[in-house]
Design a protein around this ligand. Structure first.
Ligand SMILES: C[S@@+](CC[C@H](N)C(=O)[O-])C[C@H]1O[C@@H](n2cnc3c(N)ncnc32)[C@H](O)[C@@H]1O
Length: 431
């Protein structure tokens, strides 16, 4: 496999690409490294390859002409890739795909990057090695070359080594141990010393699953999991973010379609669907608020039908779902109730289908920001009936969650749908 390395610092690659297995692969001719020093293509006597950016701003940019000439000098560039923080993230699946190429050209930027027009002139694929900024693309290029090369037949001792590793089947690899089996009382797990390969395989799968759930739960949605894997994962202890999330459905004060402050009546459908969401996601609690006595009576009547009445006999599941619902006058009473239960004052956040466009408005809260709140303390997330929460409720909130479908024009979901979507985004299985 041929890597063509386009850089203003080709000597950067010398040590990492000549050490260990990588060095051996180059010696064996499995990998061929072709260094293209961009400075050789600089037109002036100073061999300058950079210049100031149009429009001002800090730093310098790599100029177009030396880059173009450097690329044109490569006879068979194959897939042309440029290391860039804005590129497609380098993953094991991406690495596997690249392993089938004969030639790969890797362009390393420096300074503030490269004149954007290079992308108009060549079919360049941008690749990132992570959401951080390096001084130059060379370190990223080394990561890519190593990851791709070690999958090539003949690179590693065992042909199957690459298959068992982290990310190959979507989960992290199990832990390894070597001699001595007892290091100052730290003993290697018995099963690994027993020689029963079936047991060893299952032990390793269990450790992989455990480590993935605790260290990288974000990998689980894409992991290929068997029913046995899922049964095992279900039994593992995990801290559920849902326990800190409390939701409230406000029936007053909310807006009507004319923007007037009104009270909206309690509905059986909202209570049902939101309590089922609260139960399915293990939320701390679900509150309905209305200060109107006949509405509170109506809510209690509905709840008691499903909790203790005929509904509970016909549908015992529903009784469980309704066990978390409480009806209070207003948000202040809800906050006090949560404080009593948890000993902590919940942080208050609101939801809205609309962005706050006022000049003094803070940017809407992201789901990731709210997840950080949930790790530390109870959070009361407030939803509105009618045409949404009135300003006096929104104004009390410490943050307003970014609307669902904020990039599209029409996002008028029923409150029940919005609750399900938002709760899933915040506290899905993997978190
Ligand atoms: C200092 S960085 C330029 C950063 C650029 N101004 C920005 O904010 O996106 C210089 C070069 O390093 C490389 N680089 C930096 N971070 C990278 C990353 N996370 N993945 C891949 N390449 C990276 C790119 O080749 C980039 O052109």
């Amino acid at each position: 496999m041929n890597f063509h390395l386009v850089s203003i610092f080709p000597h950067y690659f010398e040590s990492p690409l000549s050490s260990g297995l990588m060095g051996k692969a180059v010696e064996k001719g499995l990998i061929n490294l072709d260094y293209i020093d961009v400075r050789h293509f600089a037109g002036d006597i100073h061999k300058s390859v950079d210049d100031r950016p149009f429009g001002g701003g800090p730093g310098m940019l790599l100029k177009l002409d030396p880059m173009v000439k450097a690329l044109e000098s490569i006879e068979a560039p194959g897939r042309i890739m440029m290391l860039s923080p804005r590129g497609k993230p380098l993953t094991q699946a991406y690495v596997k795909e690249l392993g089938t190429e004969e030639d790969i050209t890797l362009i390393s930027g420096r300074y503030e990057g490269i004149d954007e027009r290079l992308l108009d002139l060549f079919p360049i694929e941008l690749v990132s090695v992570g959401d951080f900024v390096l001084n130059g693309g060379e370190a990223g290029a080394v990561c890519l070359i190593e990851a791709v090369s070690r999958l090539l037949p003949g690179f590693m001792g065992h042909e199957d080594s690459g298959e068992e590793e982290s990310f190959s089947s979507g989960v992290l690899e199990y832990p390894h141990y070597t001699r001595p089996d007892d290091y100052n009382g730290l003993i290697v797990p018995e099963v690994l010393r027993g020689g029963d390969h079936g047991k060893i395989e299952w032990w390793r799968r269990e450790r992989s699953l455990e480590m993935t759930l605790s260290d990288r739960p974000d990998l689980l949605p894409e992991a290929r999991l068997t029913v046995e894997d899922i049964d095992y994962l279900r039994e593992l202890p995990r801290t559920r973010l849902g326990r800190n999330l409390y939701i409230a459905l406000v029936h007053y004060p909310v807006l009507n379609k004319f923007g007037e402050k009104v009270a909206v009546s309690v509905t059986n459908l909202d209570l049902h669907d939101m309590s089922r969401v609260a139960c399915s996601y293990g939320l701390g609690g679900f509150y309905a608020t209305t200060p109107i006595q006949d509405q509170k009576d109506l809510a209690e009547q509905l709840l008691s039908h499903w909790r203790d009445g005929a509904g509970s006999k016909a549908n015992p599941d529903r009784a469980e779902a309704f066990s978390k619902v409480k009806v209070f006058d207003d948000i202040e009473a809800v906050v006090l109730d949560i404080e009593e239960q948890t000993g902590q004052c919940p942080r208050l956040a609101a939801t809205s289908a609309r962005l706050d466009r006022s000049k003094e408005a803070e940017p809407a809260m992201t789901f990731a920001e709210m997840q950080k709140w949930l790790v530390k303390s109870p959070v009361l997330l407030v939803f509105g009936t009618g045409h949404g929460l009135a300003e006096e409720v929104l104004g009390k909130a410490e943050g307003i969650l970014r609307p669902i479908r904020f990039l599209d024009g029409y996002n008028h979901l029923s409150v029940r749908s919005a609750v399900a979507i938002i709760v899933d985004r915040l506290v899905a299985d993997e978190f």
